[in-house]
Design a protein around this ligand. Structure first.
Ligand SMILES: Cc1cc2nc3c(=O)[nH]c(=O)nc-3n(C[C@H](O)[C@H](O)[C@H](O)COP(=O)(O)O)c2cc1C
Length: 404
């Protein structure tokens, strides 16, 4: 997919620099040609020797390097690439890029380039959330720079947790592939509906019952369907992630709101129900905040919520041609998914194991099984974006087979 593509990789001085070696290997495996610039700080974390051994190319470190300047020059270096990738993008490099600094080879190449730029920020959560970094990242986005990550999770520093971990090499690779491979409009002319995120079921005006769904997988599917040319409606519960670009996103809170929004947006060619819809709601949610001293702990009486997947899959007049459900299970994943497919009357179930040990709920990776009438496919672990692209490709193929 990346055969003969030329990547200029700018490696900044962060702990995550070691992950670049893996990224370079994966890029090379796919046929890309990688040239690397290491900042001075980056050389404290990885050596030009190891980067050069893996790229199989000369490594560039100095702006005032007569041999390099004679050979290729910093301007050519930045232009003779299809894409410039900055990973790890340190707070410092991001600040320099946002403000147009050019006081070393990395920053000079970055301001001299006329090619698309992708950054993979990596830093301590406090550095990432600092107003200066927020401003700089916003400015870079306005300038058309694309970002991948950062992810949330444990930091290299002990006891630190939060957003700032560099995206994993496979995720960066996915973003690179997305930028460099012309997106085929395999869903052009199709209408796709996606649900995503958790639902919030009110107990009273200030409290609710929720679940740990982040919305990452559903939103990634909506984005992938859009990138494939579909007209996409995303019905989203209160998700942690931003609305995907180019997708009409309807924000809902409860399962009943989600059901109504889904019904209002039929007919569609394909509906993908990735939301983690609450099975139950409180029967008699209070109009006023329940007071602690009103006679001990309240008893919540739960009633079943509408089953969105089953009602749409069994809809008499407006059933989409392809109905895809999700099954989040913590045990007997495939067996439960098979049973769910039969019970709900949908075409496919995408099943995943959401036991806490897998880190899938809220995480960036997913390992899924596609359960259909034809059997069960076990997909390898991949980023949620990659799972989304693969699912979209399958949907396009299935809709194509069924005829337009
Ligand atoms: C052990 C160590 C780890 C560091 N990790 C990071 C990091 O992950 N992200 C970051 O933005 N800065 C990090 N820094 C600070 C940068 O190395 C420093 O800001 C440096 O000037 C960045 O230079 P560069 O942007 O030219 O690579 C770290 C510093 C040290 C000493």
């Amino acid at each position: 997919m990346l055969a003969k593509k030329r990547i200029l990789l700018v490696i900044g001085g962060g702990i995550a620099a070691y992950k670049c070696l893996e990224l370079i290997r994966r890029l090379k495996e796919r046929g890309a040609k990688v040239r690397a610039i290491l900042t001075t700080a980056a050389q404290e974390f990885v050596t030009p020797l190891s980067v050069g051994a893996i790229t199989g190319e000369r490594v560039f470190t100095d702006l005032f390097d007569l041999t390099a300047e004679h050979d290729i020059g910093h301007i050519r270096l930045s232009r003779e690439a299809d894409l410039v990738v900055v990973a790890p993008a340190t707070a410092d490099l991001i600040a320099k890029m946002a403000n147009g600094f050019a006081d070393d080879l990395a920053s000079t190449a970055l301001i001299a380039t006329d090619k698309p730029v992708l950054i993979a920020p990596a830093m301590n959560p406090r550095m990432w959330s600092h107003p200066a970094t927020r401003r700089n990242v916003a400015r870079l986005k306005e300038d058309g720079v694309l970002t991948v990550g950062p992810n949330s999770g444990a930091m290299a520093e002990r006891d630190e947790f939060g957003a700032g971990r560099m995206a994993e090499p496979m995720e960066i690779l996915g973003a690179i592939e997305e930028m460099l491979s012309p997106q085929q409009q395999i869903l052009k002319g199709r209408r796709v509906l996606v649900t995503s995120g958790p639902t919030h079921e009110p107990i009273d005006p200030v409290r609710f019952i929720a679940n740990r769904s982040s919305g990452k997988q559903g939103h990634a599917i909506a984005a992938a369907a859009r990138a494939a040319g579909a007209e996409v409606v995303l019905v989203s519960g209160p998700a942690e992630v931003a609305d995907p670009q180019g997708v009409r996103t309807l924000h809902v809170e409860s399962a009943r709101d989600m059901m109504a929004a889904v019904e209002e947006n039929l007919p569609v060619d394909c509906a993908i129900f990735a939301a983690a819809v609450a099975d139950w709601r409180v029967a008699d949610a209070s109009d006023q905040k329940i007071k602690k001293d009103a006679g001990g702990a309240p008893t919540l009486h739960l009633v079943e919520n509408p089953d969105i997947l089953a009602s749409i899959a069994r809809h008499h007049t407006l059933r989409p041609r392809l109905v895809v459900g999700f099954a989040a299970e913590t045990e007997q994943v495939v067996a439960h998914a098979k049973a769910k497919r039969e019970r709900k009357g949908c075409d496919w179930i995408v099943a995943n194991d959401v036991s806490p040990a897998t880190g899938i709920m809220g995480g960036d990776l997913n390992t899924v099984h596609l359960v259909s009438a034809a059997g069960v496919e076990d997909w390898p672990s991949a980023s949620k974006a990659e799972v989304a692209r693969r699912l979209v490709a399958r949907i396009a193929a299935a809709l194509g087979e069924a005829g337009r």
